[in-house]
Design a protein around this ligand. Sequence first.
Ligand code: ASP
Ligand code: MG
Length: 410
Amino acid sequence: MGSTERIKNVAKRVAKWARAGHQMVVVPSAMSGETNRLLGLAKELSLTNPGDMHSRELDALAATGEQASSALLAIALQAEGLSAVSYAGWQVAIKTNSAHTKARIESIDDKKVRADLEAGKVVIITGFQGVDVVGNITTLGRGGSDTSAVAIAAALKAHECLIYTDVDGVYTTDPRVVPEARRLQTVSFEEMLEMASMGSKVLQIRSVEFAGKYKVPLRVLSSFTDWDIDIDTEAKSGTLISFEEDEKMEQAIVSGIAFNRDEAKISVLGVPDTPGIAYQILGAVADANIEVDVIIQNISKEGKTDFSFTVHRNDYAKAMDLLKSKVLPELKATEVVGDAKICKVSIVGIGMRSHVGIASKMFGVLAEEGINIQMISTSEIKTSVVIDEKYMELAVRALHKAFDLDQAAA
Ligand code: ASP
Ligand code: MG
């Protein structure tokens, strides 16, 4: 919602649904650019790392963006002739823990909301925020309105949670890398979780986790369609993130190719192959609050082995320092080496569960392109490889094609 013109458009769309007989709760995000603008103002006033020192006030500040858009939407709906009421998170109340700027929702009191719905009102609740046990305003992290919407849908046992956003659905891969990428009509919740965690940034990942936990059917659709398109067409547009696996309309074995450039690889070479080694290496890394992703330990030769793993690229320098200064001497390992110019490419699909040979097909495609695989990890519905960053686009395109994900030429 970038302007009052856009807010009017949203109001007309909501009115269309309400007049068709739907009880609705609308969860607006801030007007576009507003959260950045507000946080930018805070930066002008303080040079300290804002996250640490001012997090309570940052939340109070950022939450106003959604408060404004919610009230404006209520006004626009009333101007459309509907009965509408807006609430900030604390008024509902949406209770969260006290982790400012990254709070988690703990409970939602639905009494007021249900009463309003029964009275025929459209209820508008600010996205992105809640209130902690002592009354502080909290926010749920950037993109948190998605999570607010899913949590509210779960609390009210809504039929469906529609997320209107600036893309028109979930794609087989990023269309900026593969122009032939196709929009998926449905994707299973588990696939979506894999894709979202791999950096396909359509939804805040926590919203997908929430939807999974409470089985909220979630639809991602475009906010840029005309408000007056046919309601049944709109109801079927975008991508449905579903829990009904057999209802899956597209029976592809691989549903999408995900990739992530934000990782770096670290190897500790020549560590003694004795019990407790993995714990000594990764325990130190975890204690430094660094998350680890792909992990590989080789078989040992003459009592020594090599241990490799990936971390987020932002944590690379810190992890290397720690390993060189502390872990290397303690373990009497030979060497710590690393490479920040890697990427991870994954094929994702629930069909992989029931088909053999999918991973080997992936490796064959990469071999054909002359791409060296540095690490491999698998789960039931995903195979990931770590490769040189410079081959990322080539790998994604080749895999997209090989697994028949390219859309039919028009
Ligand atoms: N306004 C918040 C943000 O920009 C929340 C959201 O848009 O989902 O992060
Ligand atoms: Mg958003």
